[in-house]
Design a protein around this ligand. Structure first.
Ligand code: GDD
Length: 326
């Protein structure tokens, strides 16, 4: 069989890097779209890809520019496209909803349209999000649960999801959306709460910091391991028919519980260090997320291999070593 060619937007991020490794291990030719500045500053901006850089084909383009995306697609002509790039930090989307909408909605629209024009047979993965459920009317949330986004980011993902479904239904394209609940790893960005906590634990342990300022400690999230979740993305594009799937662990935990376990892993009591700082509260919060991934399990046998305590341990141990070495 001919080698399959995959194109990943957002390849420099946490999910992009795990997905690229996974696809390489399956024998794919892997291409990625990156910003021009990333190619000019590889040691910082491509650091998550450092182990596989020589096996990748990187192309510069911007989600804000249809011609640049069109140019890359006409050159690569992928069999599968994984659209992971986005302004993905929910807090920031309140500060600049306009640029969040432009990047997340127009960027998705540009890509879908370029695929339709150039490579209509290409299978397209859209990175939806549990943030689309927002103020959800039920727990757990499944593919049937009504969306009620509570942030500009959530709104942008609902629109991207609707656009994706509309391309699937109008043009008979293979477009699948993953509704992924929070997924973390040692490669998570430092602005997200899990990595903020584990990096602070490591720096407090070293004596470099004395406090960890956080916002809402009672928010509940369904946290899984990103390495597991990228496998589901790939499986979604191997089905007979395109569809949408929830990917989650089915457990929910508070930010407070994450703190408790993370500090304990380093032999510390979180109550001695965590302080509530109203600056980290959001104008509108999503209080409880917990997913029901039974459709993915039933259809392609996907199940998480890493659950909450192991995830916290993995991230704390990584950061203890990382900051020890600095
Ligand atoms: N970032 C952050 N920083 N979050 C905090 C803090 C803080 O200091 N204190 C409390 N939180 C709470 C937030 O209010 C939120 O309820 C929860 O911790 C998780 O926040 P994030 O880690 O920033 O993630 P998120 O749930 O908003 O969004 C992530 O998951 C989505 C999937 O549901 C992102 O990865 C999104 O891109 C993704 O779609």
């Amino acid at each position: 069989m001919a080698t399959k060619r995959a194109l990943i937007t957002g390849i420099t991020g946490q999910d992009g890097s795990y997905l690229a490794e996974h696809l390489l291990s399956l024998g794919y030719e892997v291409h990625g779209i990156v910003r021009r500045v990333a190619l000019e500053d590889p040691s910082n901006r491509l650091n998550r890809l450092s182990g596989i850089l020589d096996q990748l084909h990187l192309h510069s383009a911007s989600l804000e520019s249809f011609p640049s995306l069109y140019g890359v697609l006409s050159e690569v002509r992928p069999d599968e496209l994984y659209h992971l790039a986005a302004q993905s930090f929910v807090s920031y989307s309140f500060e600049d909803s306009f640029s969040t909408f432009h990047t997340n909605i127009d960027g998705t629209h540009y890509l879908l349209e370029a695929v339709r024009k150039l490579v209509p047979e290409c299978r397209f993965y859209f990175a939806g999000s549990s943030e689309m459920f927002g103020h959800a009317p039920e727990v757990p949330q499944s593919e049937q649960t009504r969306f009620y986004p509570r942030s500009p980011y959530g709104i942008s993902k609902v629109t991207g999801f609707d656009l994706s479904r509309n391309y699937r239904e109008s043009y008979d394209m293979y477009v699948a959306s993953g509704i992924l609940f929070n997924h973390e790893s040692p490669r998570r960005g430092f602005e997200f709460v899990t990595r903020k906590i584990t990096s602070h634990v490591a720096r407090i342990k070293r004596g470099e910091l004395t406090k960890l300022p956080l916002g809402n400690l009672e928010a509940k999230r369904d946290w899984g391991f990103a390495g597991d979740y990228v496998k589901a993305m790939h499986l979604m594009l191997q089905q007979e028919k395109p569809d949408d799937f929830v990917i989650a662990t089915g457990e929910t935990h508070t930010v407070r519980e994450f703190c408790e376990l993370a500090f304990a892993e380093a032999g510390l009591n979180y109550e001695d260090y965590v302080v509530v700082d109203p600056r980290f509260y959001r104008p509108a919060e999503v209080h409880v997320l917990m997913g029901d991934a039974s459709k993915a399990k039933q259809q392609f046998g996907w199940e998480p291999t890493v659950l909450f305590p192991e995830l916290v341990k993995m991230m704390v141990q990584h950061d203890l070593e990382l900051f020890q070495a600095k």
